[in-house]
Design a binder for this molecule. Structure first.
Ligand SMILES: Cc1cc2nc3c(=O)[nH]c(=O)nc-3n(C[C@H](O)[C@H](O)[C@H](O)COP(=O)(O)OP(=O)(O)OC[C@H]3O[C@@H](n4cnc5c(N)ncnc54)[C@H](O)[C@@H]3O)c2cc1C
Length: 401
């Protein structure tokens, strides 16, 4: 793979022509995409006194990307790999700090049940990370689970690891808090302004949107499912996956689903296949199956309508652990996007040919919980050129031979 020029002629023209013959406004950093990762990065840069601009193609609080939908799981026992534990621990501390600074409630700790067969990847992976990092946890039998959390009726042969510091975040409130505090610290934030072009030029990056041109010392692509289209020459192996989510309304057992006795959970219903869910929130009791969606060629071509019958595989998956919930009527549905890497680890790395350009793609369906820490890490990379975290699993180079 070789890149000989910038991207000027390569990005699809989606808005009107760039306007303005005046000298382009200059920033120390421009961040494209104000979802979870972009808003956190903007906040950490602004706090350090950097002159920064955040650009978002849609309006504030839109539901077309990956960071909407009322709730995101945060868990410390990381069954995917223990390497994520220090990252989630830093994120946890930063979410609490953000709550204090913004005066907003962002994170609710409910505990978390990591459920599956004893030798499955969820139970054994959660135990591995708990033991390696000395995390508070308890191994529970089906009877013990039912005693503590009565909505759960685990089928024989299943076990649960209780992650005592797990819970959920309010994604819209988290992004708002980051953006508000970034603005308070001097950041410029432009909604409804789409990046259409970027081009490294000498010591800066020239950034063209559908309404203006800017220049910046550093440039961050935090465009979620749109990232691939903004660096087409890299041919990053990112796939965009449609995720349907469901809010159930199990009326008869209302209190059983209250956060006081209903923790967040992840359940390995078949080897390597997971469903997950949350306690009751105003929209209902949310649940979904991970990685079960269609792959879309680009975010604009995604089917945003959810059929009632799409809940059937989720109902089947939930039956051995939450039989009453699996029969409950659906009250609401939504569609969200996963941007997956082949190994489901993230991308946090400088562009291999343009070191002023940072590419941020922490999704594969599990990135939100880390956003506060990733914002800090990305600000460290941009302002100091280094971070204390081991980012080697997140390098772009893992696909370049
Ligand atoms: C259904 C679902 C459930 C999930 N559950 C969990 C969970 O429980 N726990 C967890 O930790 N993670 C979870 N995740 C993953 C998590 O939500 C994502 O990792 C995270 O939201 C990714 O944030 P982002 O900033 O990379 O992307 P986004 O939030 O999509 O932000 C990218 C932004 O860039 C903007 N943009 C794109 N192109 C341009 C352009 N040309 N110009 C200007 N702006 C542009 C987009 O409009 C968008 O707002 C879940 C994801 C989904 C979809």
């Amino acid at each position: 793979m070789a890149i000989t020029s910038g991207y000027a002629s390569k990005l699809p023209r989606q808005g009107g022509a760039a306007r303005g013959t005046m000298k382009a406004r200059h920033y120390q950093a421009i961040v494209v995409g104000l979802g979870a990762m972009g808003s956190a990065t903007l906040y950490h840069l602004a706090r350090r006194g950097w002159r920064v601009l955040g650009l978002e193609q849609f309006s504030a609080g839109h539901n077309l990307g990956s960071s909407h939908g009322d709730s995101r799981i945060i868990r410390e026992t990381y069954f995917e790999h223990p390497l994520y534990v220090p990252l989630v621990q830093r994120a946890h501390a930063l979410w609490r700090e953000l709550e204090a600074q913004s005066g907003t409630s962002l994170m609710t700790i409910t505990g978390g049940l990591m459920i599956g067969p004893p030798d499955g990847s969820v139970v054994s992976g959660a135990l591995r990370s708990a033991l390696e990092h000395h995390l508070p946890h308890t191994l529970l039998s089906p009877e013990e689970v039912r005693e503590r959390f009565p909505a759960f009726r685990l089928a024989k042969g299943l076990l649960a690891v209780l992650d005592e510091r797990a819970g959920f975040l309010d994604p819209e409130a988290c992004d708002n808090a980051h953006l508000k505090l970034a603005k308070d610290a001097g950041a410029a934030v432009h909604f409804n302004e789409r990046l259409i072009d970027w081009n490294p030029s000498g010591d800066e990056v020239r950034v063209t949107t559908d309404s203006a041109t800017y220049t910046a010392d550093r440039f961050v692509l935090a465009a979620g499912a749109w990232n691939n289209g903004l660096v087409p020459d890299l041919e990053l192996p990112l796939t965009i996956e449609r995720q349907a989510v469901f809010w159930f309304d199990p009326d008869a057992d209302a209190m059983l689903y209250d956060k006081a006795q209903f923790p967040i959970y992840a359940y390995e219903y078949r080897a390597g296949h997971i469903c997950y869910g949350f306690p009751r929130l105003p929209r209902g009791v949310k649940a979904s199956v991970m990685h079960s969606g269609e792959i879309a060629p680009d975010p604009g071509k995604l089917n945003r309508t959810v059929e009632e019958s799409e809940a059937d595989p989720l109902r089947t998956a939930l039956r051995p652990v939450l039989p009453a919930l699996s029969e409950a009527p659906v009250r609401e549905t939504d569609v969200c996007l996963f941007t997956n890497t082949p190994d489901h680890d993230f991308i946090i790395d400088f562009h291999p040919f343009f070191p002023r350009v940072l590419i941020s793609s922490p999704c594969s369906g599990h990135g939100f919980k880390f956003a506060s820490a990733i914002g800090e890490i990305q600000a460290d990379l941009l302002t100091k050129g280094k971070t204390d975290f081991d980012l080697s699993p997140f390098r772009i180079g893992r696909w370049i031979t």
